[in-house]
Design a protein around this ligand. Structure first.
Ligand SMILES: [Zn+2]
Ligand SMILES: [Zn+2]
Length: 402
């Protein structure tokens, strides 16, 4: 019985995908002229969408959409993101011929690295409040933003372009009017205090969620722009319900630190590590779902620290390691482990803040084989017939809404 509920969900998702991707769906999907002619049939038709056409609405900085009409002739349409359709800027004489953005703002200072192969942006003497950084300068790649590069500047918006991989110490520190920053997929590291004192920062814009998940921020609270900006936008849309994309193997240190826009996170089977502080201080996060099957998963120190809105989390059997204080200060949380006892890879201090922890027991707990009472002193749960959490200790159904 144990995993019936989750398997049920997985099956539902598979069926949903089978339909939207047009995989054969039985007797209803056999042809275009089988009685699905009028729009009034859309409610009974088992739609099959296979032939997606671009809507031509991709821009320099965001993917466009594509639309298919149901193969069964019912007239229903399905519009989805056209992955990979984002155009690239095409600069001529310093201006993009696609969108009109400037290639880079006057007054940026560039420093050639010691090997004379790449440039860093190391200062700004311009007057524009909106600052655009280039991918290349004098024929070489721009790969870093130097320490203190924009410290204390009166800027409101910064757009970093593809190629930059590191944002240096204090790089945007004390930019007290900075409201919006755009981070490209190439950035992998934010160093100490890169956004300290950015009190007006409200928007962090990205176009590649998988890349963002695997960023690394030095864990001092002000390295990641989200630690000050709180709101993460993917192609212009605020992320509230986050499904970590397939292909992401780990969620980097402090990657979603202080992301107050997040209410829901789904972690798929391919993720094997949730690093230090990955979701620390996500205080509006109400729901975390970790896929039941998949890679062995390590949950790092403070990974969900101070997620006050979280009331329950199920840790599947694939969680082979939990590091110190992974759920520190989660005042309203109960942890339900699918393991029957604490796995040896969990540190002794994985949970020391006294939140309720339940271990799995298909049968009502009795004295263990040694006849000691230790087993009975623990809390236990199981999945009931409906796949809901059933708590043994109180002999009652657990009600997460209580
Ligand atoms: Zn249809
Ligand atoms: Zn453009």
């Amino acid at each position: 019985m144990k995993r019936t509920w989750l398997k049920g969900i997985a099956l539902t998702i598979c069926l949903g995908m089978a339909v939207s991707f047009g995989i054969a769906c039985g007797a209803n999907g056999t042809g275009a002229n089988n009685g699905h002619e009028s729009n009034s049939n859309t409610e009974t038709c088992t739609h099959v969408f296979t032939d997606y056409q671009s809507n031509g609405d991709a821009t320099c900085t965001a993917n466009g959409t594509k639309t298919a009409v149901c193969d069964n002739g019912c007239g229903a349409e399905d519009t989805v993101t056209d992955a990979g359709s984002m155009l690239q800027h095409s600069f001529e004489n310093g201006v993009c011929i696609g969108c009109g953005e400037v290639e880079y703002t006057d007054g940026l200072q560039f420093t050639l690295d010691s090997k004379k192969q790449t440039y860093s942006v190391t200062g700004y003497t311009g007057t524009d409040e909106e600052v655009y950084l280039p991918s290349t300068y004098e024929g070489l790649s721009v790969t870093e933003i130097g320490n203190d590069a924009f410290w204390g500047k009166a800027i409101t918006k910064v757009v970093i372009r593809e190629g930059v991989w590191r944002v240096g110490k204090n790089a945007f520190g004390s930019c007290k009017q900075l409201k919006s920053i755009t981070i490209p997929s190439s950035v992998t590291a934010f160093l100490d205090n890169a956004f300290i004192y950015c009190e007006a920062l409200k928007e962090v814009h990205i176009s590649d969620l998988a890349a963002w998940c695997q960023t690394y921020s030095v864990g001092n609270k002000y390295a990641n722009p989200l630690s000050m900006g709180h709101n993460l936008y993917l192609n212009g849309e605020l992320i509230t319900e986050l499904t970590i994309p397939e292909g992401v193997g780990y969620i980097g240190q402090c990657a979603f630190e202080n992301c107050l826009s997040l209410t829901k996170v789904v972690i798929p089977s391919g993720v094997s590590s949730i690093d230090w502080g990955a979701f620390i201080n996500c205080s509006n996060l109400q729901s975390v779902t970790i896929a039941d099957d998949g890679e062995n998963l390590m949950i790092g120190d403070y990974a969900f620290g101070s997620c006050h809105a979280l009331t329950r989390i199920i840790l599947p059997g694939r969680v082979w390691g939990v590091e110190n204080s992974a759920f520190n200060n989660c005042k309203n949380l109960s942890v339900f482990c699918e393991s029957e006892s604490e796995p040896s890879g969990w540190t002794w201090a994985w949970e020391i803040s006294g939140i309720p922890v339940y271990w799995y027991s298909e049968n009502e707990p009795k004295h263990n084989s040694e006849g000691t009472d230790y087993w009975l002193s623990l809390k236990h749960w199981r999945y009931d017939e409906k796949g809901e959490i059933y708590v043994w200790v109180f002999g009652q159904q657990y009600n997460p809404a209580q």
